[in-house]
Design a protein around this ligand. Structure first.
Ligand SMILES: Cc1cc2nc3c(=O)[nH]c(=O)nc-3n(C[C@H](O)[C@H](O)[C@H](O)COP(=O)(O)OP(=O)(O)OC[C@H]3O[C@@H](n4cnc5c(N)ncnc54)[C@H](O)[C@@H]3O)c2cc1C
Length: 447
């Protein structure tokens, strides 16, 4: 087996992972990112999200650091739209351009390398300490040892394989998965005009905090309840009437992203036969949504489906049991943790498993919850930090903490902490918090 050694090893180069890699490398650690997709970015790019929500608490920006640098780089390439960044919680970006921008940022770091098309298949342990990973590329296995492993796999793959405890909800409770898609050829002005004249009324189930999003010059709309209320749908399209569907414009003229509940019958990490069926159904679902929009929504008459994401969107899978678990009360109190490494202000809550609606809890404008470093440390395990949607929190906190700006803020903190741990020869949980916070602040992060 090929053997390799680095100081910091990042498992998963997705939303949190690529930022963790950049932060660790900039912190002076020899860093390697391993990513199983053919490009960096995870849900941020391959998942085709396109709507970055959670940069602002509706009064001011609450996430900066490397995520903000990325936002600025996307602006330079005309691949971003936002209204007022201080108050606009939704920034629309182009995931394809984002792939290239991430490559540019990585290429600029001499301490950082990346293995793409490479899967982590196992962990190497010494007692309770993670000391490396086994990765598979093609048919070649590589043993990579590291002083700190940062688990940014979204599914807590490394933590779970290390024997760390985690929570995962059963299929009846877990949030639905969604495959994202895109349409082009939309007459956005006509769409906006239509909704100005026919303000959505059946949209009452959409929580006010979500309805109030200002995304102009973009556009965001929920569900097709109003549009379809007097329409007799063919039987095979009837299921779309009640599902939550979020339509968002993009920085590109005439283009829309479709985020419609799709894979509601499968579980994110169990029953892969069922999941395969749902992958296939999700593609059909996008085709069906496009058909309905074209037939029944003014402005979509000449629109067509242009792309289907290469990665199924997983909202929820494993969440580690961390040194601290963020609770719904912490969110509701807008808690200020002493070991804060970032902030979130999006409504907490979850999408319901039936794909029909969301249950959410709001914070007042201007308020935000801090994210404690301890929720990124798997209880009882050393040599590992976790960042992204699989950190430690109660399920109803999800919508606040799993948004992309928050995942990126956690990624940055994990990378900085990993580099500090390497430099000072300590375990991640023994990193001096005041040094970590000072370094994050010096890098422009808001904590
Ligand atoms: C349908 C949907 C809609 C959403 N809408 C929004 C939105 O509008 N705005 C917003 O801000 N957020 C949104 N989110 C949330 C957000 O996109 C995710 O929570 C966030 O991107 C997760 O980041 P992550 O880094 O934890 O995981 P990911 O971005 O998924 O990254 C994990 C990476 O790890 C890699 N990986 C996994 N296992 C392995 C392995 N064994 N070996 C190697 N690599 C591996 C994956 O390929 C992936 O690249 C949405 C999520 C979904 C699913």
């Amino acid at each position: 087996m090929v053997k390799k050694k680095v100081e910091v090893l990042v498992a998963g180069g997705g939303t949190a992972g690529v930022i963790a890699g950049l932060a660790a490398a900039r912190g002076g650690a020899n860093t390697l990112i391993i990513e199983k997709q053919r490009c960096l970015g995870g849900q941020f790019t391959v998942g085709m999200q396109g709507a970055w929500v959670g940069f602002s608490d509706k009064e001011k920006v609450i996430v900066k650091g490397i995520a903000w640098e990325l936002r600025n780089r996307l602006h330079e390439k005309n691949a971003m739209v936002e209204d007022d960044p201080e108050t606009d919680v939704c920034f629309l970006y182009d995931p394809e351009i984002a792939k290239v921008v991430l490559d540019e940022m990585v290429a600029a770091e001499p301490n950082l390398s990346v293995f793409l098309d490479t899967s982590i298949v196992d962990v190497i342990m010494e007692g309770d300490k993670v000391v490396g990973l086994i990765a598979l590329s093609g048919s070649e296995l590589t043993e990579i040892r590291a002083q700190v492993v940062v688990d940014c796999s979204g599914d807590a793959v490394v933590a779970a394989k290390s024997g760390a405890s985690y929570e995962i909800r059963p299929k009846k409770d877990i949030q639905p998965m969604t495959l994202m898609g895109k349409m082009a050829g939309v007459d956005i002005e006509r769409v906006k005009e239509y909704y100005k004249e026919n303000p959505p009324v059946v949209d009452h189930m959409v929580p006010p905090a979500w309805r109030e999003f200002k995304t102009f010059p973009g556009f965001m709309h929920y569900g097709l309840h109003d549009e379809l209320k007097d329409v007799e749908l063919p039987e095979d399209l009837e299921y779309l009437r009640s599902w939550l569907a979020i339509f968002t414009s993009t920085p590109n003229a005439g283009e829309f992203t479709i985020n419609c509940s799709g894979a509601i019958e499968a579980h994110s990490i169990e029953g892969f036969g069922e999941r395969t069926k749902q992958e296939i159904f999700s593609q059909k679902c996008l085709y069906d949504v496009a058909t309905v929009l074209k037939r029944y929504v003014p402005g979509f008459e000449n629109a067509y489906l242009t792309s289907i994401a290469g990665l199924l969107g997983i909202r929820e899978s494993r969440r580690i049991e961390g040194d601290y678990k963020v609770t719904l009360d912490d969110f509701l109190e807008a808690k200020d943790f002493e070991d804060s490494i970032g902030r979130g202000a999006m409504p907490a809550g979850v999408h319901t498993p039936d794909g029909i609606t969301m249950n959410v809890y709001n914070l007042e404008p201007g308020k935000s919850m801090t994210i404690p470093y301890r929720c990124m440390l798997p209880r009882g395990k050393d040599g590992i930090i976790v960042a992204g949607r699989c950190v430690s929190y109660e399920a109803p906190v999800a919508n606040c903490i799993r948004c992309m700006p928050q995942c990126m803020a956690m990624g940055e903190a994990a990378g900085v902490a990993a580099a500090l741990a390497v430099k000072s020869g300590v375990e991640p949980r023994d990193v001096d918090i005041s040094k970590l916070q000072a370094k994050l602040r010096a890098n422009g992060a808001i904590i």
